[in-house]
Every structure is written in structure tokens, then in C-alpha cells.
Design a protein around this ligand. Structure first.
Ligand code: TYM
Length: 330
């Protein structure tokens, strides 16, 4: 049986939030199974779209690799690597850029959001970033790309580039599909539940960092914005309560119906917040302990990402060879 190929990446820009965890990392772990082969990368080249301190970037990349292992990525089974250690990502990028239209990139909502946020540094990399991401995916002939909802548009672009390239040059790329959790694909800010939870938010109460202390997690949930209805139910327009319930379902694996029914009639938001906080703590406390253990052995971590890059390069090189021959570069 042919195994399904999974690929995903995360930028090493700060500690991941509960949004990253529920939207993506939790699925990265769950997708590792006998009928799949997973590649996971720390997308450090993507992080250059905003200014970075060199030393800090390298150290955060290694920290992110440690965190991914702590989240359940088994590097013996799934190659785990740092994007820039596999040169083929840069090599494919140019060819794909020459097969992507400005109009397509102009439609990317993340570019619009990010250029508004970094008005002093709207660089070309920020604009062409989805092409680099398409390359990450297409290099490994991925079938599925586990991401949160905010990356859906980028995965769709990767599909379009793959289809266009295949039409021009023959069946070269597998056409990938996004894999987004039904509940938790878009975890919202705790302080403004109509906005996405984001690690770059200026207000730390708006997000749960997966390295937050349990006491801090409890406090942040306690302060989470809800509404004045005082009823625990998942209903259209009740963004705050819906967000808390979705987080609860995502970390416990419960259905929404069961989650709502688990609260006795007449329960208030105090109980809801406490229950969700406890469930989140139970899920991420083991991750935090593992993280400390893994980070302590820097030599082993370096060896893991080196091996991951070697494994990834072998596969990526096959794609590059094919592509470069097809377009006349080899
Ligand atoms: P990044 O680093 O911003 O986020 C990593 C993953 O977390 C998901 N995510 C969320 N999911 C649910 N709710 C949220 N509030 C939330 N915030 C973030 C993101 O959707 C993402 O899946 N460009 C990518 C990294 C990347 C990549 C790739 C992904 C680079 N190459 C190839 C897939 C395939 C990014 O910036 O994700």
C-alpha cells in the first residue's frame, strides 16, 4: 500500500500558542500512523520576512524543533528538519515563482494583513512567501497539509501552482489538499474573540502560549471575554463562548453536543472557564515537561535535525532533478 505523504511547517517566530497547537501541531502528532509518512519543518526562511536577530533566529529554530518533539512528533518516524538546511527549498522557489501570477499573490489575505502590520518593511519576500510555502509542500509530493484555517488560502495556491505546472510540463507534482480540524481550525483571541489567536498579539492575555504556567493559563481563561447571556451553548454569533467550547472539544476530543451536555443546566461561565482551563492544562503540561528534557540535550537535538535534513534532502532532490530537467535547467 502506498503511504499518504504529509507535510507541514511552522515559523520559529516566538512560542507557539494554543491556536498553533490545536489548529496544527496536535494533528501533526495524530497523523503519524502506519499508512502515512510525515515530514515536518521549522520554516525559518519564512521568518526572514520580518527582521530577525541572527543568533536568536537560529536558537529559536532549535527551540521550535525541541517543542515539536515535545508535542509528539517522533523524529525517528517523521523527518524533522530546519527548512534552510535543505537547499532544495530555495531551488524550487525560483521555478515556482516563474509559474505564479502577481494577481494570485495579490489576493492573499495574509499579505494584506501582514503588510498593514509591518508598514515599515513591506519587502518582496512578504509578497512571494506563499510561493516558498508551495515549494515546501510540492518538494515532498505531499497529499495532505495539516494547517489551521489561516493557511488554507496558501495551500490552495500551492494546488493551483501544481496543477498549472503539471499542465505545462506533465505529471510532476502531486496536488495537495489542506487538512484542517473541524473544531479548532481557527482558535480565537481570548480578549477579542472575533480576532484570530496570534502569538504576535501585543496583549499576552489574548493568547495561551503553550509554555504558559498552569496558573497563568487558569488566569487567562478566567479573564476571557464571553457575553451577557450566561448560558453555555454553541450558537451563532456568540464568539467568546463558542471559542471556549471549541477549545474544549479540540483538546478532549469530545463532540460539541457532548461538551455542551457535560455542563449541568444552569452552570455559569465560571465553571466553563475553569473546565476549559483544566482540560488545556492536562493536555499541555506533559508537553512542557518533555520540552525541558529535550532542550537540555542540545547535542542530540542537533543530531536529530541534521538527520532529518538528510532524509528530507534525499526526497527533495528527486523532485528538483525532475523539475530542473523539465524546465531545461539541467
Ligand atoms: P504559522 O507559523 O503562522 O502557524 C503554524 C500553524 O498554526 C496554525 N495557526 C492556527 N490554527 C488555529 N487557530 C489559530 N489561531 C492559529 N494560528 C496559527 C497555522 O494555520 C499553521 O498551520 N506559512 C506557515 C508555515 C509554513 C507551512 C509550510 C505550513 C511554512 N511552510 C508548508 C504548511 C506547509 C505559517 O506561517 O504558519
Amino acid at each position: 500500500m502506498e503511504k499518504k505523504i504529509i507535510l507541514s511547517g511552522i515559523q520559529p517566530s516566538g512560542v507557539p500558542t494554543l491556536g498553533n497547537y490545536i489548529g496544527a501541531l496536535r494533528n501533526w502528532k495524530l497523523l503519524q500512523s502506519d499508512d502515512k509518512f510525515c515530514y515536518y519543518c521549522v520554516a525559518n526562511m519564512h521568518a526572514l520576512t520580518v527582521r530577525q536577530d541572527a543568533q536568536e533566529l537560529r536558537s529559536r529554530s532549535m527551540g521550535m524543533a525541541a517543542l515539536l518533539i515535545a508535542c509528539g512528533i517522533d523524529p525517528k518516524v517523521s523527518p524533522l528538519f530546519i527548512q534552510s538546511d535543505v537547499v532544495q527549498h530555495a531551488q524550487l522557489n525560483w521555478v515556482l515563482a516563474c509559474n505564479t501570477y502577481m494577481g494570485e499573490l495579490n489576493r492573499m489575505t495574509q499579505f494584506k494583513d501582514k503588510s498593514a502590520k509591518h508598514a515599515d518593511n513591506i519587502n518582496a519576500g512578504l509578497f512571494t512567501y506563499p510561493v516558498l510555502m508551495a515549494g515546501d509542500i510540492l518538494l515532498y509530493q505531499a497529499d495532505l497539509v495539516p494547517v489551521g484555517h489561516d493557511q488554507k488560502q496558501h495551500v490552495e495556491l500551492a494546488r493551483n501552482i501544481a496543477i498549472r505546472f503539471n499542465n505545462a510540463y506533465g505529471e510532476i507534482f502531486k496536488v495537495p489538499e489542506p487538512y484542517i480540524p473541524k473544531l479548532g481550525g481557527r482558535v480565537m483571541s481570548l480578549t477579542d474573540p472575533e480576532k484570530k489567536m496570534s502569538k504576535s498579539d501585543a496583549n499576552p492575555n489574548s493568547y495561551i502560549s503553550i509554555l504558559d504556567d498552569p496558573a497563568v493559563i487558569t488566569k487567562k481563561f478566567k479573564r476571557a471575554v464571553t457575553d451577557s447571556e450566561g448560558r453555555i451553548a454553541y450558537e451563532e454569533g456568540r464568539h467568546g463562548v463558542n471559542n471556549l467550547l471549541s477549545i474544549y472539544c479540540a483538546v478532549t476530543g469530545m463532540t460539541m453536543e457532548d461538551a455542551v451536555a457535560s455542563f449541568p443546566e444552569g452552570s455559569g461561565y465560571g465553571l466553563l472557564k475553569k473546565t476549559v482551563a483544566d482540560a488545556v492544562i492536562a493536555e499541555i503540561e506533559p508537553v512542557q515537561n518533555e520540552y525541558k528534557r529535550i532542550l537540555a540535550d542540545r547535542g542530540e537535538l542537533e543530531a536529530i535535525v541534521k538527520r532529518g535534513a538528510e532524509q528530507a534532502s534525499e526526497v527533495a532532490e528527486k523532485t528538483i532533478d525532475l523539475v530542473y530537467k523539465k524546465v531545461g535547467l539541467r
